[in-house]
Design a binder for this molecule. Structure first.
Ligand SMILES: [Fe+2]
Ligand SMILES: [Fe+2]
Length: 347
């Protein structure tokens, strides 16, 4: 999605780029400089609305972008009284912090996707919008070199638990595939499958939450993998594969000093690509070295990856995906794969 960023302060441009790219395409414009007409994406204005000259310049920009429907104004929290000015200029939303910017853009993107011709005209369910916003906030924090807020992982998990408890796993999987793509889709699917698994085997509330949080964070290291590799359609070459395989260790390093992080979550993040026969990575662990939480997470991760919806291929059926799990005999725990059967076909 294109973000047309208008500001009166040149130093804000690299900051906003670091925060939003590469997920969004940022087109910056300095007030008083060259004007750029656009009809697509989102207009984002961050300027001092107390200055009459700035307000006049913004009005000129707004004429050039009048067909852009979403106009986001950033008003710093100490300038609350400027909120009314922003709306008077035509803001469709006012945000006060970078965290709110990321969450708002995620919401706009979901709404835009839902409104596309050929897609369901209904808006994404609130649990999807809220958990996607939490993922966007975590990935964006890492890309900006900031540490993540564990509350985001907790929010995403509790939204997913509540959605699956109320509407079932199938609804969650279908909705996520309809409204999201790429890494966000994958993380939302893995967490949904893991939570569905935990609920089905009768985990206690705290255990469901533990597995859910590990699932939300399992691929957080991918925030540091170049998008050219992460979103490459088709197979990675050996060099790209090597870079991709670093994501569990990167994720572990990003999280290990975070207040509130637990050894189990770190274990899940670092070891979700390990196999019982020792053929996994990064530590080539074997049987007893692989915890129960990791075993559950690995099954959920593989299953979710197989049923993902990609622009270049239709999603694999849940039956076929389960068959592949069954064929990974020495790698996954057989009784767990059997227990997973119900989840794989769960409504
Ligand atoms: Fe992974
Ligand atoms: Fe994964």
């Amino acid at each position: 999605m294109l973000v047309h960023f208008v500001t009166d302060e040149p130093t804000k441009i690299p900051a906003i780029r670091a925060m939003l790219e590469p997920q969004y395409h940022v087109v910056p414009q300095l007030l008083g400089g060259e004007t750029r007409a656009t009809a697509n994406g989102v207009l984002m204005v961050d300027a001092d609305l107390r200055e009459a000259v700035r307000v006049e310049q913004i009005k000129l920009v707004l004429l050039d972008v009048r067909s852009v429907t979403e106009k986001l104004f950033v008003v710093q929290s100490h300038l609350q009284h400027m909120v009314a000015q922003a709306y008077a200029l035509g803001a469709t939303a006012v945000v006060r912090s970078s965290r709110e910017v990321v969450a708002k853009l995620a919401q706009i993107e979901i709404a835009a996707r839902a409104a596309k011709p050929g897609s369901d005209s209904a808006t994404a369910p609130p649990e999807i919008a809220d958990s996607a916003a939490a993922f966007a906030s975590m990935f964006s924090a890492i890309r900006r070199g900031k540490s993540i807020d564990l509350k985001d992982a907790e929010t995403a998990t509790s939204q997913i638990v509540s959605s699956i408890s109320q509407n079932g796993l199938s609804t969650w999987l279908n909705d996520v595939r309809r409204y999201h793509e790429g890494t966000f889709q994958h993380c939302l699917l893995v967490t949904g499958v893991a939570v569905g698994f935990a609920l089905d085997v009768g985990f206690t509330g705290p255990d469901v939450k533990r597995l859910g949080i590990a699932a939300t964070l399992h691929d957080i290291g991918k925030a540091r993998i170049p998008l050219s590799i992460l979103d490459k359609p088709g197979r990675l070459d050996p060099g790209e594969e090597e870079i991709m395989r670093q994501h569990p260790v990167i994720g572990h390093d990003l999280l290990k000093d975070l207040p509130g992080i637990t050894p189990e979550i770190l274990d899940g993040v670092r070891h979700h690509h390990e196999y019982l026969d020792g053929s996994g990575y990064p530590d080539a662990l074997k049987t007893s070295q692989i915890s129960d939480l990791v075993r559950l997470l690995t099954i959920s991760d593989i299953f979710a990856a197989l049923i993902e919806s990609r622009p270049y291929r239709p999603p694999m059926s849940r039956q076929s995906a389960y068959k592949i799990l069954c064929e990974m005999d020495d790698k996954l725990e057989r009784p767990l794969v059997s227990a997973f059967r119900k989840v794989a076909f769960m409504a």
